[in-house]
Design a protein around this ligand. Structure first.
Ligand SMILES: NC(=O)c1ccc[n+]([C@@H]2O[C@H](COP(=O)([O-])OP(=O)(O)OC[C@H]3O[C@@H](n4cnc5c(N)ncnc54)[C@H](O)[C@@H]3O)[C@@H](O)[C@H]2O)c1
Length: 292
């Protein structure tokens, strides 16, 4: 059985671990504190049992769950066939993780990052195997979203790029090939352009966030509006992506208003804190805003 290490057990890492286990891989799921991996395993159990109850899984949920082991360090990198990094969107942190992964894992192991905006090429520079470093950019919630961008860094070999495509397909996802490492890759650039405009219009009092979401659903056929997507992704992550875009010279894709940063300052991070552009019950159900 092929083995995978997922680094970071937050919103994305836990989803990547889940879909990998569902596809039959043995998964090591690592984060810095046991409390975080414990919470991730609880969330994964809830999601796997729901999918199982709806008849979407080919095997009992316990069999899927038994394939995921929590880890508190990166040592299991030495045993795996793939590493997928999904830690916080901070370049210095990811650089250190890539250095450690390069030291611990076998030289032939591909090292993938789920970064939304940090150049693959810059992370690859921290390893002795830049030809084996690539972007696998999943979309959240990972168990539900079918798309993964496979991103080629400057030095990623064609062989590893195509192995990335095949790996994504083995998870039951649909790959989109991004042939050049540009800030925000492709889908985030397109989304960010719409989100920038949406945030600025709301902050100027021209329209409400709810009405933008209704408009994009009904007018353009989006499955979810930009503020619903941002609440799911986490406004702290959106803020980091905006800052990263600016630092990479793609500031035209970041909102000019600081609405998102203000909301993060108030603890309104979206679904993960029960409040963002919308309000949520502890079970994740959207609630009306009586006290806005
Ligand atoms: N949220 C989204 O919709 C989305 C979509 C695509 C890509 N991404 C990217 O995925 C990555 C993770 O995002 P997220 O939304 O899951 O964030 P998150 O905050 O939910 O999770 C990040 C996790 O990284 C962990 N972490 C911090 N330092 C670590 C270390 N040294 N080693 C291992 N883990 C460490 C944190 O404890 C946390 O659990 C980011 O790079 C983000 O840009 C996010």
């Amino acid at each position: 059985m092929q083995k995978i290490l997922v680094v970071g057990a937050g919103f994305m890492g836990s989803g990547i671990a889940q879909v990998s286990a569902q596809a039959g891989y043995q998964v090591y799921l690592m984060d810095i504190e046991a409390a975080i991996t414990d919470r991730a395993l609880k969330d994964i159990r809830w999601s796997v049992e729901r999918l199982s109850a709806k008849g979407f899984l080919k095997e009992p949920s316990e069999k899927v769950l038994a394939r995921i082991s929590p880890e508190k360090d990166l040592l299991s990198a030495s045993k795996v066939d793939w590493v997928i990094e999904a830690a916080l969107e901070e370049e210095e942190l990811k650089r250190r993780i890539f250095q450690d992964l390069d030291r611990i894992s076998r030289p032939e192991t591909p090292l993938a990052t789920n970064t939304s905006s940090i150049p693959i090429t810059r992370l690859a520079e921290n390893t002795r195997r830049p030809e084996r470093v690539l972007g696998l950019h999943f979309f959240g919630p990972v168990p539900l979203m079918k798309l993964v961008e496979v991103v080629k860094g400057e030095k990623t070999s064609l062989e590893i790029f195509e192995r990335g495509v095949a790996f994504v397909q083995s998870l039951g996802k649909t790959p989109v090939r991004v042939q050049r490492d540009i800030p925000g890759f492709v889908m985030n650039r397109i989304f960010s352009a719409a989100f920038r405009e949406a945030v600025d219009l709301v902050d100027q009092g021209i329209v409400s966030s709810e009405d933008v979401d209704v408009g994009m659903r009904l007018g353009y056929g989006w499955n979810a509006g930009p503020f619903e997507i941002a609440d799911n992704a986490g406004l702290d992550t959106c803020a980091r992506v905006g800052q990263s875009m600016k630092a990479l010279g793609a500031g035209h894709l970041a909102p000019s208003s600081n609405l998102i940063e203000r909301m993060v300052g108030e603890g309104r991070l979206g679904r993960k804190t029960g409040k963002g552009f919308y309000k949520y019950s502890p079970e994740g159900k959207r609630l009306p805003w009586e006290d806005k």
